[in-house]
Design a protein around this ligand. Sequence first.
Ligand code: ADP
Ligand code: ASP
Ligand code: MG
Length: 441
Amino acid sequence: MLVLKFGGTSVGSVTNMTNVKNIINDGNKKIVVLSAMSGTTNALVEISETIKAKNITEAKQLIAALNDKYQDVIEELLQDQTLANEATAYILEVINTLLTCAEKPHNELLYNTIVSQGELLSTFLFTQFLKQQGINAQLISALDFMRVDKAHEPDNFYIKQNLNRIINNLPEADIYITQGFICLDAEGAVANLQRGGSDYTATIIGAAINAEEVQIWTDIDGFHNNDPRFVQDTHAISNLSFDEAAELAYFGAKILHPQTVMPVRDLDIPVRLKNTMAPAAYGTLITNKIHGEGIKAIAAKDNITAIKIKSGRMLLAHGFLKKVFEIFEKYETSIDMITTSEIAVSLTIDDTTNLSHIVEELEKFSSVEVDEYRTIVCAVGNNIVYHPDTPKLFQILQDVNIRMIAYGGSNNNISLLINTSDKVETLRKLNRYIFETELAE
Ligand code: ADP
Ligand code: ASP
Ligand code: MG
């Protein structure tokens, strides 16, 4: 069986939902994972923030605007009166849930409840739409099988047992529709897989049912060689290995949630990226096969904090790095980049929840400097560390101030730490140095 995930834009309008219907209605049994309609999760986050700021009147206005939007969607999407009435009743339920949240004290569970409504809405409406078109679709709730454990990792055993039981109990359905992003936590409360998490839902499901392939359908024709939001003339890459895709997603390529390939990599289940608006385009196929060598793509990850830890006594002081790492381990903060010299070590983190505690403990045996608002730009490709074209990358040293370089940590990745204000220029210049010279040669 295939698992197909459609993102926000793909279900963001009636025209696009019709495209999705045409793609999935091929007579083969499949699981379809949907995101919220584009703009909805952001609107829900705004509602949650407004409630947190105790601006209840404004929150209610935002909820009313969401209601209007969805009433319009029903009107355009559903001509069948019974299906439209059921959808109206469902939206009313969601709106009432949001209004109840507006009256409650804000906390994490409230946030999670609010942001979960987007996928609940899109999957309900889309299932009604498929039924209207005479398609044998069955809505299955992610909250009945998708769960994370105490470490926020997918509870794979639970997911596999429950998802397979649910599917086996509904053998007559052709298409199972479910929500991306949302899940239960270890205590059984509503939670989520972080922003962009529907991609992750799809591969977790793919692993649970041992799918033939997981397809991520989005609004672009595959994984591009640079960030198309900032750089012109980027192009889709036909093939990526799991390792290359994992590095690019982790280091900021928005097209994939950072964890997407993890559940399927060891099971060798291919992940295919496709464009809902241009289904004939090849897209990108991610497998364990390695295609080509040298730099394939560049990505950037913002909100990085650099920490420089200096110790006059590092010379001969073995055990220094151990002490440093133990502090990061204690505060469950992972390190992305690291460089060392005789007297100092610089490293970067993206989770600053425990930064003040970490700095306090480091200062007991070193002097510490913290730089926020940095960006990691990384170049990824098989064996780039040894490739003859890779030195072209370092022409960037003449243009921007590079704070750190990590070279050789893996054969597939070279990372540069820069000021976020230099990001766009860096991405564009690297594009020119690495990819445009390729074309000129
Ligand atoms: P969806 O809502 O379908 O999950 P996303 O917005 O999360 O879609 O991801 C697709 C977007 O990712 C593209 O429209 C593009 O702007 C952005 N993007 C960033 N980097 C890349 C890249 N390397 N390749 C393709 N798209 C990228
Ligand atoms: N709707 C969620 C978000 O906007 C999850 C997703 O789109 O993947 O982050
Ligand atoms: Mg996404």
